[in-house]
Design a protein around this ligand. Structure first.
Ligand code: T5A
Length: 211
């Protein structure tokens, strides 16, 4: 793959969208990208047209049609498979850069650690869904659960966000484990907005210096 693939992960309300909105304008002007590369911003679930419909089924289904845990896992895998085939892989092959709000780490943490589904099965599904695409860098915006709940207290939570504190604690533990992996960078997300932004920018500059 000629392009770069950057992912932001973390528990709900950790600040991914806020940081991605900043990167969208900062990165193309930063001098880090090759002059002819474009930047694409996307997210999971819902990065493609098919994915938008899957997102609705996953996050806002009618109560009586709420997906069971395995169905939920398969729907996230279906969303990722379409996302990789239709968008991520073609852009990376062209030499473009892609930033995604969530990727495989979310499935491992929410469906694996949160729902306690088999990590072995999840990893097998991930191999199929990602076609071997691995992020060049994944930022974990690491936010204490109490702050996540505070930040979301004024809005309506979706189906996954409504799972409660024990579920979220297991998800967060999953992220702590994943953040020890190569190419994952843990960023304390309770810090002031500008400081979080600065840390992400610095890590992206280091990535350029490594290549
Ligand atoms: N999911 C997803 C799975 O279960 N399995 C999977 O495989 C995948 C891919 C997706 C849901 O699906 C689940 C996980 C999720 O529950 P989503 O749209 O990604 O949903 O939902 P969230 O991650 O919950 O998105 P949010 O918009 O809630 O969170 P963000 O984007 O991380 O946070 P952001 O930037 O919107 O910030 C939240 C608030 O905090 C403030 C912002 O202004 C905003 O008000 N904020 C800060 N305040 C103070 N200091 C800072 N440093 C701040 N940064 C942001």
């Amino acid at each position: 793959m000629k392009g770069r693939f950057i992912v932001l992960e973390g528990i709900d309300g950790c600040g991914k969208t806020t940081q991605i909105n900043h990167l969208k304008t900062w990165l193309p002007q930063s001098g880090l990208m090759p002059p002819n590369a474009n930047l694409h911003i996307t997210r999971e679930p819902g990065g493609t047209n098919l994915g938008k419909q899957l997102r609705e089924l996953l996050l806002h289904p009618p109560k009586e049609e709420s997906p069971k845990p395995i169905t939920e896992l398969l729907l996230y895998a279906a969303d990722r498979s379409q996302h990789v085939s239709e968008l991520i892989l073609p852009y990376l092959n062209k030499g473009d850069w892609v930033i995604s709000d969530r990727f495989s780490g979310s499935t491992i943490c929410y469906q694996g650690y949160g729902r306690r589904l088999s990590l072995e099965i999840i990893n097998q599904l991930e191999e199929i869904a990602t076609q071997g695409v691995v992020p060049d860098i994944t930022f974990l915006l690491d936010l204490p659960i109490t702050i996540s709940l505070q930040r979301r207290s004024h809005r309506n939570n979706d189906r996954i966000e409504s799972e409660g504190i024990e579920f979220l604690t297991r998800v967060s533990q999953g992220f702590q484990v994943l953040s020890l992996q190569e190419n994952w960078i843990r960023i304390p997300a309770e810090e002031k907005l500008d400081l979080v932004t600065q840390r992400i920018e610095n890590e992206l500059k280091k990535l350029r210096d490594k290549s």
